[in-house]
Design a protein around this ligand. Structure first.
Ligand code: PLP
Length: 438
């Protein structure tokens, strides 16, 4: 294993990174186990973000690592176009069990971005298959993140992610976001105010006409723009309006899936059923890239009524890659055997109290929690948006904790296997960091 510094860091064009700043002062991780990374200098770094929200079962999970090793030795690759391998089918059945059979079918991708673009394409093709080809409009939401494909970017609502890439997909509109610090600051779980923002969908239906709208896609809890929790009743109201107008509802569960809210998916937490659900990240515990689109039976059935032949002209070389399937099957087993969701539920109140104990620290203007997620919003430095939280991120790493920041919001999402001592360490060190910011 190479644990030394790279000879040059010039060639790797790093994603979503301030490359010049990073390369002047790099943070290099060389190994990981349980709740901790180790950096190139041998320092332990407590993982407050499950990597990028993607390691619910903790790092180096022996069962998952073992399953991957075994499958690579047995079947390094097998196509899933016009042929298959058993693990892809077994995994699909296990995933249906894991959703309590709310969904009937799953389409494999390799990432969250691909899952989103796949779901949007299925939505368009579904309406066309049923003779409603005029339904081509897609509705996203401000401050939504749906990855970086052109579909996901188009329905996404983050200005800096969109602004350099031209007009994006035509015929897309956006709901307003639901973040309201004046009314909802310092909430635990779903905030009280904002259900009426779902009625904005009625406004868009009036504007565009339902016959032009294919689908609404939202993150049940927005992660990448800083943990935006839906107001009480908001998701149910959206569901009702979609039903009324024949619009498909897609939940992007790339971060909320696989236990983040202490339930298998956000659909279980909020008791609202979407028509499709996009997932990735925790699906394989982050070990091997994989995404998946879950679809309710009626969507899949609409395609199966077409004349014999390929029903959906879509897929990826690595859809259902055997090694990814092995990792996902093992991840589901670990969830069950180690009762990870029960543990997450049991520790959640301790987590929530620890987050809200930061109230009153310098610059903290909001704390919000749901499941094992926290948003800590800092007052921006005048004229320098994002600078204060970025400073917190760098100081935190130097103190041995990994946090994630977006704008001036710190988003925390640890592996679900964390124990009280990890929560104490995380918030003890974070308190020190927050007390020492410009
Ligand atoms: N959708 C959501 C809600 C996400 O949070 C992300 C990534 O963070 C994505 C989609 C994109 O996933 P990926 O980076 O695997 O393409």
């Amino acid at each position: 294993m190479n644990e030394s510094r790279p000879q040059s860091m010039s060639a790797f064009w790093m994603p979503f990174t301030n490359n010049r700043d990073f390369k002047a002062n790099p943070r290099l991780l060389v190994s990981a186990e349980g709740m901790y990374y180790k950096d190139v200098d041998g320092n332990q770094v407590l993982d407050g973000t499950a990597g990028l929200w993607c390691v619910p079962c903790g790092h180096g999970q022996p069962k998952i690592v073992g399953a991957v090793r075994e499958m690579i030795g047995q079947l390094d690759f097998a196509p899933t176009f016009q042929m298959g391998h058993p693990a892809a089918f077994d995994l699909a059945e296990r995933l249906m069990d894991y959703t309590g059979h709310k969904f009937g079918h799953v389409f494999y991708t390799n990432s969250g971005s691909e899952a989103v673009d796949t779901a949007l394409k299925i939505a368009l093709a579904y309406h066309k298959a049923r003779g409603e080809g005029s339904r081509t409009r897609l509705i996203g939401r401000e401050r939504g993140y749906h990855g970086v494909g052109f579909g996901g970017l188009s329905v996404g609502g983050i200005g800096p992610n969109r602004k350099s890439f031209g007009p994006l997909l035509p015929g897309v509109d956006h709901l307003p976001h639901t973040h309201d610090l004046l009314k909802n600051a310092f909430s635990r779980g779903e905030p009280d105010f904002g259900v009426e923002l779902a009625d904005e969908l009625e406004r868009l239906v009036t504007l565009h006409d339902a016959s032009t709208i294919a689908a609404v896609i939202i993150e049940p809890v927005s992660g990448s723009t800083g943990v935006l929790v839906p107001p009480k009743g908001y998701l149910k109201r959206l569901r009702e309006i979609c039903d009324k107008h024949g619009i498909l509802l897609i939940f992007d569960e790339v971060i909320t899936g696989f236990g983040r809210l202490t339930t298998p998916f956000a659909t279980d937490y909020f008791d609202v059923e979407p028509d499709m659900m996009t997932t990735a990240k925790g699906l394989t515990n982050g070990v091997i890239p994989m995404g998946a689109v879950f679809s309710r039976r009626f969507i899949h059935d609409a395609f199966m009524e077409a004349p014999a032949g390929i029903e959906l002209f879509h897929g990826y070389t690595y859809s259902g890659h055997p090694v990814a399937c092995a990792a996902a099957l093992a991840t589901l087993e670990v969830f069950k055997e180690q009762q990870i969701l029960d543990h997450a539920k049991a520790i959640q109140p301790y987590w929530e109290d620890a987050v809200h104990s930061l109230k009153g620290l310098p610059h903290v203007i909001d704390l919000r929690t749901i499941g094992l997620v926290a948003g800590i919003e800092l007052e921006p430095i005048a004229g320098k948006p994002g600078a204060r939280a970025y400073q917190a991120f760098k100081k935190a790493f130097a103190e041995g904790i990994l946090i994630r920041t977006t704008g001036d919001i710190i988003a925390l999402s640890p592996p679900l296997v964390l124990e009280k001592q990890h929560i104490d360490e995380l918030f003890g060190k974070l308190t020190g960091v927050l007390n020492n910011l410009d």
